[in-house]
Design a protein around this ligand. Sequence first.
Ligand code: AMP
Length: 173
Amino acid sequence: MHELRSLIRDVADFPKAGVTFKDITPLLAHADGMRCCVESLAAPWRESGIQAVCGIEARGFIFGAALAQSLGAGFVPLRKPGKLPAATVGVDFALEYGQDRLEVHTDAVRPGERVLLVDDVLATGGTLAAAVELMDRLDADLCGAAVVIELASLHGRANWHCAAPLHALVCYD
Ligand code: AMP
């Protein structure tokens, strides 16, 4: 985890003043670091019977697709508005820096399918809460969520209202 931290770069005042952006591109570029990251993300879920990993656009796609392969599960993209071609359901939510909306294909997850949510960063928790609501709309069986980075000072866990676990690999105060 120490090495993982060394592969996450702080970028001050991006995308706007006052925000410290957690840049994961050094991690993505490091083959061993990335393999270790994906294995660590997958470890708590190996016996959970996950059938679909739902990754949140955009960086959640990178970790989510790798995690899905590692767990032998399918991958489902949760996308920004207007990107998915077929029928969708969507949820609007507030971000640390702005407003956004997440959409998923209505047929992406079958009712009762065991799903895991994945993103790179848990900040205020609004994005993950919207993803939980999307899974509710599809009657999925939500097993939990995995994030690479948790920003504890933004109290995102307070927005996680599920009994299912939320695991973070590295937590910043
Ligand atoms: P939130 O909904 O506030 O938990 O924000 C989480 C989403 O916004 C994730 O998809 C992240 O990719 C992105 N995000 C929020 N804050 C940051 C940050 N400080 N550094 C990098 N990404 C962030």
